[in-house]
Design a protein around this ligand. Structure first.
Ligand code: NAP
Length: 265
């Protein structure tokens, strides 16, 4: 049996197990996806132990995405982002950031080309992943954040990146093609949005990283403005799809994983 899993703290409410196990069932794989909650001081031993036990792959979630970086060989994108959410144990443990590739694949799945001007709202973990991923694809990335100094620090690391306050969103979005909400605004409260409705328009594709609720005020207002909308479950789905494909070398059964994920959210 092949074993995959997730390490973080807490991991009890993760929707990754049903999403990945749906893929194993669809492809008739003898595999399991298990969650682990090592204590911070045991993280290094946990990674070495997983490798020694023949675990094929681990996803990594809060609070360990940065902490595992020195414990694996990160690929260039994960190294630049400074965070790993997927470890592949095939040879030496290698680290990847499929939160980043998940953003691009979520847009791609909706027929949206990642180029032109992109506005990323938020400069935390999700904002970093989105900003690096979009820049890697050739987009010009404008980062707007409540704490502008944080946006500035991130923008300095992104080729062609610029930093802004939330007050500038209307101007920033006027000629933009992509918008990613990578703040937690809208989470658990569908009456909040970080972006004024007047800034939204029909030439935009809007991805909201928030996945609880799936239908955020931002997405409702974006749809009303004629924009293409991509909910947070698509980003979550494609980080999992990308991890599955890295670990197994097989094409992921995307529809089955999507069905299981949405059923579990
Ligand atoms: P984080 O590192 O804690 O960053 C939070 C971000 O939200 C920061 O930019 C913060 O701004 C901003 N923010 C928080 N409260 C705000 C407010 N009231 N007004 C304006 N900005 C505010 O969190 P994260 O890990 O990046 O996660 C951010 C969101 O993305 C969460 O909803 C999370 O669930 C979601 N997410 C989704 C996926 C997915 O696969 N769909 C993956 C990862 C994360 P300051 O810098 O000013 O504090």
């Amino acid at each position: 049996m092949e074993v995959f899993g997730l390490i973080g703290r807490p991991v009890g409410h993760s929707v990754s197990p049903p999403m990945h196990e749906a893929a194993y069932a669809a492809l008739e794989m003898d595999a399991r996806y298990v969650t682990f909650e090592p204590a911070p001081e045991d993280l290094e031993t946990a990674i070495e132990g997983a490798d020694a036990l023949g675990i094929r792959g681990l996803n990594v979630t809060i609070p360990y995405k940065e902490d595992v970086l020195p414990l694996v060989s990160p690929d260039p994108l994960a190294a630049r982002i400074g965070a790993v959410n997927t470890i592949d144990f095939a040879d030496a443990p290698t680290g990847h950031n499929t939160d980043a590739t998940g953003v691009v694949r979520a847009f791609d799945h909706h027929g949206v080309d990642v180029d032109g001007a992109a506005v990323v709202v938020g400069a935390g973990g999700a904002g970093r992943a989105a900003a690096f991923a979009l820049a890697e694809e050739g987009a010009t990335v404008r980062i707007a954040n409540r704490t502008v100094t944080r946006a500035e620090a991130l923008a300095e690391e992104i080729p062609g990146g610029s930093a802004h306050s939330l007050d500038e969103l209307e101007v920033l979005l006027a000629d933009a093609r992509l918008l990613v909400n990578a703040t937690s605004v809208g989470m658990e409260a569908d009456d909040e949005t970080p972006v004024p409705a007047a800034a939204l328009h029909a030439d935009l594709a809007v991805l909201d990283a928030v996945y609880a609720p799936l239908e955020t005020r931002l997405l409702r207002e974006a749809r009303a403005a004629g924009a293409t909308t991509v909910d947070g479950a698509w980003m979550l789905l494609f980080q999992g799809v990308e991890a599955f494909e890295l670990w197994t070398g097989r094409e992921a059964p995307v529809d089955r994983m999507n069905e299981a994920l949405r059923g579990a959210l």
